[in-house]
Write a protein that binds this ligand. Sequence first.
Ligand code: HEC
Length: 269
Amino acid sequence: MNRFITALAIAALLLGVALASPSAAYPGGTPGFQTDVAPFCATCHSSLTESALAGSGERAAKMLAENHHLSLISAGEKGYAALSPEQRTELVAHIRALDEASTVAIEAPAEVAAGETFQVTVSVTGGAGPAVAIGLVDAAHRNLARAAPAAGWQVVGAPAITGQDFKEQTGWIARRPEVWGRNLSYVNVTGVSSDATTGDWGHARVVWTLRAPQEAGKRPLAAAYWYGTEKASPHGFTTDPIRGKQVRGGFGGHSGRVRFSDVLQVEVK
Ligand code: HEC
């Protein structure tokens, strides 16, 4: 009987997860994935620095926004062919301005006691919206970074997410059943928007509570930031009556970005 009730409870839980998950589209963030995420997932996104792909040979330069994304717009390839040369020039300028305005900063104590709990604040700006994603990782590298708990930083409780309206958000993380733990190292912030024509940029903040490991020594801690660019420009999307804003570069395009904060070396004493 007990087993039956457990099975029923799990079935109800999974049904809840399935119903709560809108289609897991990438433009729009990851509304359907409530789990720890590593930056390698964002294969389509572009980088702003080659160091984020150090050791990848020619691929590191190929993945730069300049070569992977902006050059396609300038050349009028793919979805960008529908734009006039002037619109393409403007779209490139808008995206450059958005990238310039998109930042990610991490604040944490320089030293913590073994086993101590402490807070880490990650602040981001920019991002075209409607969502951005932020995660705690152990390296500023797209292929090698792991979620921060792998470096010994245990996430305690659900991260506190503050949106662009300065209000706390729980909608995204609440799609993960509470009994499974909402102590994630990765979150989506919804309701973010930027407008490159007016220079109004998005912003958001996430505060994590972490528990330091028991072993003394320095350990790395950084933030990863995933955002889109094209929806911040009137030339960057078309509007579908059912699916809403559709980016010019398409689902498989390279208008997404993945960037990193400085890598802190927090000393556990
Ligand atoms: C198939 C290519 C592709 C993959 C793989 C991909 N993305 Fe993206 N992603 C995009 C595109 C295209 C955009 C839209 C960028 C824009 O608005 O210009 C985007 C945008 C985003 C955004 C911002 C939302 C928005 O609409 O602007 C987030 C957050 C994001 N992706 C996270 C992720 C994460 C996390 C992963 C791995 C689990 C991932 N992406 C994998 C293509 C991809």
